[in-house]
Design a protein around this ligand. Structure first.
Ligand SMILES: CC(C)(COP(=O)(O)OP(=O)(O)OC[C@H]1O[C@@H](n2cnc3c(N)ncnc32)[C@H](O)[C@@H]1OP(=O)(O)O)[C@@H](O)C(=O)NCCC(=O)NCCS
Length: 159
């Protein structure tokens, strides 16, 4: 039995309100991101949020609220990508929950909504990249059913 099934008719994620992000959420998203990652990425997140708002359906930007405050967010994008690929996939670009509010199923609620929206778009595969030292994210993704993809990420230093 999964923990979601413990109480008939209720889910552990029920207390989390998940909604589409708006421009007004930028400050809260930047704060959550900075608290999780240690760097302030206002411009990057502003651009991503703008793109999500303009390209509804292709890019997703969702926030998770507890008691009316934004405590987590997720960014994902549909990749209709390379010609010849059997089915469109999607890329999960960022997922963060403020350190003070972890363990309250915020990421699970955000992820559930992302999965639902992508399935509704006919997307069959969700990919993401994780730095090898992002152990929390790695653990969450493993728990959420991700497996290593059959592809190698290569890079060459040009400097
Ligand atoms: C990983 C992260 C998103 C999890 O958020 P969270 O809201 O605390 O997770 P949840 O409470 O929704 O957990 C949902 C489930 O995943 C499990 N889980 C969460 N983190 C886990 C981990 N690190 N390892 C294994 N399982 C984990 C929980 O135990 C829970 O399981 P359950 O449904 O069986 O009870 C959060 O810790 C985080 O933001 N970490 C930093 C992310 C980061 O570095 N972002 C910057 C780059 S984008």
């Amino acid at each position: 039995m999964s923990s979601d099934d413990m109480y008939a008719g209720t889910l552990l994620t029920d207390e989390v309100v998940v909604r589409s992000a708006t421009e007004d959420d930028l400050d809260a998203i930047v704060k959550v991101d900075a608290a999780a990652g240690g760097i302030v990425r206002t411009q990057y997140l502003f651009r991503r949020l703008k793109m999500a708002l303009q390209d509804g359906g292709i890019r997703l930007a969702l926030v998770g609220e507890l008691d009316g405050s934004v405590v987590g967010f997720v960014l994902a994008a549909v990749d209709y990508g390379e010609f010849g690929r059997a089915a469109p996939s999607a890329v999960l670009d960022a997922l963060s929950v403020h350190p003070d509010f972890r363990g309250h199923h915020v990421a699970a609620a955000l992820f559930r909504q992302v999965e639902m929206q992508l399935r509704a778009l006919g997307i069959e595969t969700l990919r993401t990249e994780v730095a090898w030292d992002q152990e929390e994210l790695m653990g969450f993704f493993r728990h959420a059913g991700f497996l290593p993809a059959a592809r190698l990420c290569l890079q060459k230093e040009l400097a």
